[in-house]
Design a protein around this ligand. Sequence first.
Ligand code: ADP
Ligand code: MG
Length: 209
Amino acid sequence: MPFQDTLPDNPRGINGPLSGAMWADRSMRQETADEEEQQYPDMKYLGQGNEGLVYEYNGQVIKYTDNRTEVVAAKKVWNYAQSGNPIACMVPVLEKPVKIQAPSIMERALNSEPNYDPSVRSMWRIVTEKVETFDTEDVLILNELSKVFTEEIEFGDYDDPVRAAELSPMFEQMINCLQANGFRIHDAHGANIGMKDGRMVLIDLGGSL
Ligand SMILES: Nc1ncnc2c1ncn2[C@@H]1O[C@H](COP(=O)(O)OP(=O)(O)O)[C@@H](O)[C@H]1O
Ligand SMILES: [Mg+2]
């Protein structure tokens, strides 16, 4: 992965905290990482979830992913914006998503072996706008709201009901917009949401289709 030495923990550590980074490290060839470092020399590690590896570059966010669904979703967001109808509840996608590597026939054959530890996979680069994210307390509230809206629970258990009441209408507006545009809402938890121009937007497109 790009700039491996600058990541906050040893990404190769077993069960280490950087699961998305570990995944990206296994999936990305060294030469791909080298090319990305050359193209984006100032990028800095920003974060990761379970899958993706995310960097910041000039106020933009670069995400490396091997999740095809996420790429399809990002292309949809990109296409809508290109046609002059940006989706207001999605983080703006700033470039057409690019496939940065594809596995060789041999690598693909190995990947389909039952007991083979997966190696190089197809990988894409998705560039989005960097938006404000939420602090830990807000993330917990948003996680509760998310469960209420996906009907996993009937009432949220909020430490700060006043703040929950503030966030709820913005969250509901985002949910309605996502559904109106054919996106799924089950992955709209606190760490996958940001704020843009006073509205909540989904920043992680991985589970949106
Ligand atoms: N556009 C963005 N603006 C600001 N922060 C972002 C953005 N995209 C991702 N992040 C940060 O990186 C983290 C991981 O990104 P995410 O897309 O959720 O990866 P994963 O698919 O691995 O969950 C997010 O929780 C958030 O903190
Ligand atoms: Mg995420």
